[in-house]
Write a protein that binds this ligand. Structure first.
Ligand SMILES: [Zn+2]
Length: 119
């Protein structure tokens, strides 16, 4: 998590982002990352960085696979890793192991826009 925080921080510096409101992560439901645990440790990881006092939002990406036997696409967790159509366990993983920084939400942008409209 500390790694993610420093990644976001250097991204923010590169893009002249002065203050952030929230960090949005996308996490695959098959990844080893536990969202609740991340939320718990986030304030500690962010402490003393630019991300201090920001909100952490997590979007879960479903773990989908395509059956190699019949090409059916299904959710691995819902179907226990077996194709619901033909029962085959031969599959190709399509999604679910992601760990992405999706978005950094900054409130500054909106404020600047509003000021410009007023002029
Ligand atoms: Zn199948």
């Amino acid at each position: 998590m500390i790694e993610v925080v420093s990644q976001v921080e250097s991204f923010a510096i590169e893009n002249n982002v002065m203050s952030m409101e929230a960090l949005v992560l996308q996490i695959g439901e098959l990844s080893s990352v536990v969202p609740d645990y991340l939320k718990k440790i986030y304030p500690m990881a962010a402490e003393g960085t630019m991300l201090e006092n920001t909100r952490l939002e997590i979007e879960i990406i479903p773990g989908n696979a395509r059956c190699k036997a019949c090409s059916q696409v299904y959710n691995l967790l819902q179907e226990n890793g077996k194709c619901p159509q033909c029962g085959s366990e031969q599959k190709e993983l399509l999604s679910g192991r992601e760990f992405f920084i999706k978005e950094i939400v900054c409130y500054d942008t909106d404020e600047i826009d509003n000021k410009n409209k007023g002029v």
